[in-house]
Every structure is written in C-alpha cells, then in structure tokens.
Design a protein around this ligand. Sequence first.
Ligand code: PGA
Length: 248
Amino acid sequence: MRKQLVVGNWKMNKNLQEGIDLCRSIMSQTPTSSRELVLAAPFIHLTTLVETSKTSNLKIAAQNCHQELSGAYTGEVSAAMLADIGVSYVILGHSERRTYQKESNALLAKKTDTALAQNLKVIYCFGETLQDRQSNRHFDLIKTQVTEGLFHLPSSAIKNIVLAYEPVWAIGTGETATSAQAQEMHTYIRKVLAAKYGEEIAENTSILYGGSCNPLNAKELFNQTDVDGGLIGGASLNSEDFLTISKA
Ligand code: PGA
C-alpha cells in the first residue's frame, strides 16, 4: 500500500523560535496521525528542527537544493549538506521556484539526480496555470513536467519520489481544485507513470495534492482514491490547522 503523507511547506515564514514551537506543538500530537508528517522549513532552521524532532516520527524537508554537490555557487545549499544534517526530504520544482527562479524541467531533473544520490527523498512538484487549464493544455503540460523532470530515472529510483500536483491557480489563492478535478488529474498522472514504469510502481507511488488545502476541504480531497495526502502552504503555519488536515 502506498504511503500517505501530509507535508507542511513553510516557505519563507517563521523565525527560528517560532519554527521550534510549531514543530514541538505538532510533535506532541503526531502519534494520532496515520500519515507521515513532514515539515519543509527554511534552510537555516533545518539543523535545529532535525534535532528537535528526532524522538518523533516527524520528518524534516528542505524546500530546495542545488544541482551540484559543492563548489563556487554563492548563496546555494547542496543536497550533500542537507543529507549530512539528517534532512529526509527535499521539495523540488515548486511553482514559486519555477516562476521566480525560472527553474526548468531539465534543471529539476539534475537536482533530482543529485538529491537521490545523497539518499534524500524528493517531493517533485508540478502544476498548470489557469491559462493552461482554460485552453485545455493542462494534461499535456503535466505530462511534460513529470516526463522531463523524472522519466530519465530507473524504476528502482521511483520509490524515493513523491509527486505533488499543485495547480498554480490554487496556490495561496484560496481557490482549491474540486475533489473531482484533483482525482481526475491524479488518475491521469498515475496512468502516465504506469505507461513508463508499469502498474505496480504507479500504484505504489504517492501523489499529493497542493493548493489552498485547509481543514475544511482536506477530508474531501484526501478521500479521493488517487490523492495520497497533501502539500500544505498557508495552513501549515498553524499547528491546529496542520494537525486537523493531517487527520482529515
Ligand atoms: P497553499 O500553498 O496551501 O498556501 O496554497 C501550497 C504550496 O505552495 O505548497
């Protein structure tokens, strides 16, 4: 059976003490969650959060890493550094990085290789804009994002990949995909995966939904057969909301 996950993406929010407090508050209630809970925090908090959470099942994620392992890349953080401090996951391909840092599928393919080689698990994000959806290009676009970013990988690597479908029009907008829209896209993604890697791998790969997921809509979204949890932005900044979502 595939893993169910709820990942909190803090983005560029929380100072260190606020992060520790949020992490502790979530930890104190995680035994009641049947899903794996992951917190994706700013780089400078990661060492402390790995330490803070080490007696719990909570996993810590980075929100990005560089494609090279080391070198003259001022301001960057490598996958090797993340692995070294005990980070478990790295988010790659978030739409905010695709947009503001112009990250391409080809670059994300390299980052994925580098992260996997360091034994990090990758949460690979992709999603269409409203324009793509309105012009009915969304299925093709998602297929391209997934294919170009991941399909160079051997079958054996896919167990370390979590997919996250995040329609750009739903991120931080308060407008969520309907559960039917999410299920439709997740089924499609699983078909694309099955065509490349076979039914078994497709069935065992977790596909998260992200985009204005909140305590009110999480249950219906997570109840869809092909939705294996969520990538949560705004609502992950509050422990009560995040925990309600994690139990939805
Ligand atoms: P949101 O963000 O939940 O605030 O829409 C989701 C994300 O960007 O991962």
